[in-house]
Each structure stands twice: as structure tokens, then as C-alpha cells.
Design a protein around this ligand. Structure first.
Ligand code: NDP
Length: 315
């Protein structure tokens, strides 16, 4: 470990992390970004992004992340392709935080956590085989590509209900595969599902596999009460069985909700520890959009800058 103490270190390299980097770098904080194991984050696994303001023709997820990286580097962000393995976070105002990666150990006055969340998948080989070719975990990202077509959604919680009703506005027909005989979603969401004409709920049904030449054309499903198998003709399958926030590193140090999302103070990105800020999906189970993540990334950089100015610069 060298003796350098960074003003801020950003953990994670999705839209929240890069936006924080752009703002922190332009404020002369010389940020260090530790990219994590999936540089660019969830957007590198999507195809076209058409809902990020400023791209009238749309842009691919990987291109957008490359642009964000260039913009962050242009102002002096140092980017290292390392992943954090251990954190020692100070609980003192003006304390120094220590981050250990697979390669080195760093010290910093402030930390911006933007480690994101990962969509859960069922674990079928076909999910990988057709990733980006008919399998998605985000209806607001990819639903538009299925307009006028038939699709299936897997899951029985609020996410699945929301994705299914969203898709029903775009698609000809939506099947919702719920593995139990009832949904876990709130009553209000269930009511909306039941009152959507082109949405058919198949209770006690599970996805077995997918078929098609290069892209999804059919879904094999099973009724888990009768063991009867069926084939649905669909062009897409949306897996909506929840997300896991990437917060295991902070388990003993930071306040989280019951599902592991970091809790930040209202109108702020401050966590329960001074100098530790959180931005993007790691603290947002509700909106989960690139643009909302970028917005909180900006907030985190401003919060970190003010914190460092207040507790370090006048000493
Ligand atoms: P949940 O954990 O609430 O629900 C996951 C669903 O996926 C459950 O129905 C579960 O089935 C099902 N599931 C899990 N694993 C499998 C599997 N292997 N095969 C088939 N089905 C499976 O996750 P959500 O993402 O829906 O919601 C997370 C949190 O976010 C909740 O608190 C929710 O209320 C909230 N939320 C709120 C929204 C809103 O208010 N607008 C929108 C979206 C989420 P089972 O029930 O059988 O376990």
C-alpha cells in the first residue's frame, strides 16, 4: 500500500459510477475508479438503448459505456480494472477508508459505491444461449423490440406484474408464468394484471427451455401440478424473478433494507457512514434506469466533494 490518499474512489463502472467520475474529475478530485468484474455494468449486456436522452437515433449499451468512459478519462479519472475484495470503512468524520482489491490496497477520504444490481436468472442453459436474442431481464429496456409480437414473462412478484403490464401495451399477447397458484405481487398490481385483456396468467407453470434458429421462437413450459408440457409460440422471454444488489462487501458496515439495497438519506446519497456515498441501482430497487442511475451518480460526486471540502481541506 502506498501512502497516497485519494479524495474519492468510485467502486463500479456503470452509468452511476461514470457520471460520478465525470463530476468528481471536473471538480479536481482526481478520482480513481475500480471497475469491478463487469466493466460497464448491466448496460454492456443489452443491445440498443433508445430511452437515454440525447441519443435521438439510439445507441448500443456497450457504445454508450465506452463514451461515458472516454468522457470520464478526458477530465482525469484514473480507471483500474480491479475488483474490490475487502473494505474497511471509517465511522469517524474525516476518517480514512481502506479498500483492498485483487491487486492493491488503496486509501481514500471518500467512497462512492456504484456496484449496481444483478438481475436474477433461472439458471437454464438456454438463457445464456439466447441472451440478447430473445431473452431479457428488462422490459423497459427491450420491450420496444417486441411490439406487435407475443412474449412470455416469468415471475410472480411486483417486478413481473409491472413488466407484464408494460409489455401488454406493446405486444400482441403476453403470457405470465407464475410457479405457484398465486402471485406474490401486491393486490393492486394483481388487479391490474387480471384486468389486462391481452395478458394471460398461467399459474403453476415454469419455463423448461427455449427453441429457435438463432433467436427465440418457442418456449417450452410445464404445469408443475400435472407435469403436462406445452410449447408457447413467443419471440421473447422476460425473466422477472428479482434483482440482487451487489452489496455483500458492505454487509457488516452499511445499513441496508431487508433485500440488501443500501439505504441513503432522503435527498442525498449519504449512507450511514461519513464519507461513504451510494449511487445507482445498488440503492434503488424501484426505478433502475440508466438515466436515474446517472442522476444519483452526479449527486454522489457533489456530496463527496462537499464532504471532502468540509472535513479535510481546511485542516
Ligand atoms: P420478488 O422477490 O418480490 O418476487 C420474485 C418472484 O419471482 C416471486 O413470485 C417468485 O416466486 C418468483 N421466482 C423466484 N425464483 C423463481 C424461479 N426460479 N422460477 C420461477 N419463479 C421464480 O422480486 P421482485 O423483483 O418482484 O420485487 C422485489 C421488491 O421490489 C419487492 O419488495 C417488490 O414489492 C418491490 N417492487 C416494487 C415495485 C413497485 O412498487 N412498483 C415494482 C417492482 C418491485 P415465489 O412467489 O413462488 O417465490
Amino acid at each position: 500500500m502506498d501512502n497516497k490518499v485519494f479524495d474519492t474512489i468510485i467502486i463500479g463502472s456503470g452509468p452511476a459510477g461514470y457520471t460520478a467520475a465525470i463530476y468528481a474529475a471536473r471538480a479536481n478530485m482526481n478520482p480513481l475508479m475500480l471497475t469491478g468484474m463487469e466493466p460497464g455494468g448491466q448496460l454492456t449486456t443489452t443491445t440498443d438503448v433508445e430511452n437515454f436522452p440525447g441519443y435521438p437515433e439510439g445507441i448500443t449499451g456497450p457504445e454508450m459505456m465506452a463514451d461515458l468512459q472516454k468522457q470520464a478519462e478526458r477530465f482525469g479519472t484514473e480507471i483500474r480494472y480491479e475488483y474490490v475484495t475487502e473494505v474497511t470503512l471509517s465511522s469517524e468524520k474525516g476518517g480514512i477508508h481502506t479498500l483492498k482489491t485483487n491487486i492493491a490496497t488503496y486509501q481514500t477520504k471518500s467512497v462512492i459505491i456504484s456496484t449496481g444490481a444483478s438481475a436474477k436468472y433461472l439458471g437454464l442453459d438456454d438463457e445464456k444461449k439466447y441472451a440478447g436474442s430473445g431473452v431479457s431481464a428488462c422490459a423497459t429496456c427491450d420491450g420496444f423490440f417486441y411490439r406487435g409480437k407475443d412474449v412470455a414473462v416469468v415471475g410472480g412478484g411486483d417486478t413481473a406484474a409491472e413488466e407484464a403490464t408494460y409489455l401488454a401495451k406493446l405486444c400482441k399477447k403476453v403470457y405470465l408464468l407464475v410457479r405457484k397458484e398465486e402471485m406474490r405481487a401486491s393486490k393492486a398490481m394483481q388487479h391490474r394484471v387480471e384486468h389486462t385483456a391481452n395478458l394471460e396468467v398461467l399459474y403453476n407453470h415454469e419455463l423448461l427451455g427455449l427453441e429457435g434458429e438463432g433467436v427465440v421462437e418457442r418456449a417450452k413450459i410445464i404445469n408443475n401440478l400435472t407435469n403436462e408440457e406445452k410449447v408457447l409460440t413467443v419471440d421473447g422471454v422476460f425473466i422477472a424473478i428479482g434483482h440482487t444488489p451487489n452489496t455483500s462487501l458492505f454487509k457488516d458496515a452499511l445499513t441496508m433494507d431487508e433485500t440488501g439495497y443500501l439505504i441513503t438519506e432522503p435527498k442525498s446519497t449519504a449512507t450511514n457512514l461519513p464519507g461513504v456515498f451510494a449511487a445507482g441501482d445498488v440503492q434503488d430497487s424501484v426505478y433502475r434506469q440508466a438515466i436515474s442511475a446517472a442522476g444519483t451518480g452526479c449527486m454522489a460526486a457533489l456530496d463527496a466533494e462537499r464532504y471532502v471540502a468540509e472535513f479535510f481541506e481546511e485542516n
